[in-house]
Design a protein around this ligand. Structure first.
Ligand code: BTN
Length: 248
């Protein structure tokens, strides 16, 4: 990786500070350690993660030179009722970025970015609240799909230029975070149009329960509305979900 080129490309997208590393445990952990003094929108990017983390304590395979392992740090300066949108807004940004580089992706609520039928995961999102900041981690497979059921930009016929992809992703995320802060009412319609979960029969694993029903839509707080077979409507928050699958 040409670090100077990547650094310049990130700054050209308006990123205020970029920390580019060869290998780290997890870019989310490096971002968390930067703390309150880091400027809003600071980016941490690594060539390789040796302890990449996914949701629900899963690991995230992050081999060197094959993907974009990037975290950014933002001030939580909107009401808590809007925080549920963070992974969804990030999904929109990742979708924007892969689309600009040749791949049409869909969003599986709450935070998977998938391509094709059957859908294969091209990117994952891990948003973590730390005090009055949120760390948004994005992992995008570019030249390799490290686990079964995953895909990558190369396999989907998209660009594999990781400098350009990283810069586009950083810029898209800045735009989507601004939308989340300044025009939140526009998110519900946009996310719903991009989300392949809506209208499908979903199996939602909750902490202590399992819900099967039809996904009806997304509410104004980014929650998934599901009607079960007895006709009862449930509001599912991203934080409640262990796993959500769509019947095919
Ligand atoms: C998931 O799908 O379970 C979320 C995966 C998130 C992976 C990214 S890679 C950059 C950042 N650092 C991490 O340790 N995880 C996130």
């Amino acid at each position: 990786m040409d670090v100077a080129k990547l650094h310049a490309a990130l700054l050209a997208q308006g990123v205020p500070a970029a920390h580019i590393r060869d290998a780290v445990g997890s870019t989310n952990d490096v971002a968390r350690a930067l703390g309150d003094d880091a400027p809003d929108g600071t980016v941490v990017w690594a060539e390789e993660q040796t302890a990449g983390r996914g949701r629900r304590d899963r690991t995230w395979d992050s081999p060197a030179f094959s993907g974009i392992w990037m975290s950014s740090l933002w001030r939580l300066d909107v009401p808590p009722t809007r925080w549920g949108w963070i992974p969804l807004v990030t999904g929109l940004a990742v979708r924007d970025a892969v689309h600009r580089h040749g791949v049409m992706a869909e969003l599986k609520w709450p935070n998977d970015v998938v391509v094709g039928h059957p859908p294969k995961k091209i990117a994952g999102i891990l948003a973590e609240i730390v005090g009055d900041m949120v760390v948004i981690g994005t992992g995008m497979n570019v030249t390799a799909a490290p686990v079964p059921g995953a895909t990558c930009m190369a396999e989907c016929g998209g660009s594999t230029d990781r400098v350009a992809l990283s810069a586009t992703l950083a810029g898209a995320l800045r735009q989507r975070v601004a939308q989340w802060r300044e025009e939140p009412e526009s998110l519900q319609g946009e996310y719903s149009a991009a989300c392949s979960t809506i209208g499908q029969v979903v199996h939602v694993e909750l902490e202590r329960d399992r819900l099967v029903g039809q996904a009806l839509g997304i509410d104004s707080e980014g929650h998934l509305l599901v009607r079960d077979i007895s006709g009862i409507e449930h509001i599912v928050t991203a934080g409640d979900v262990v796993h959500a699958t769509i019947s095919t």
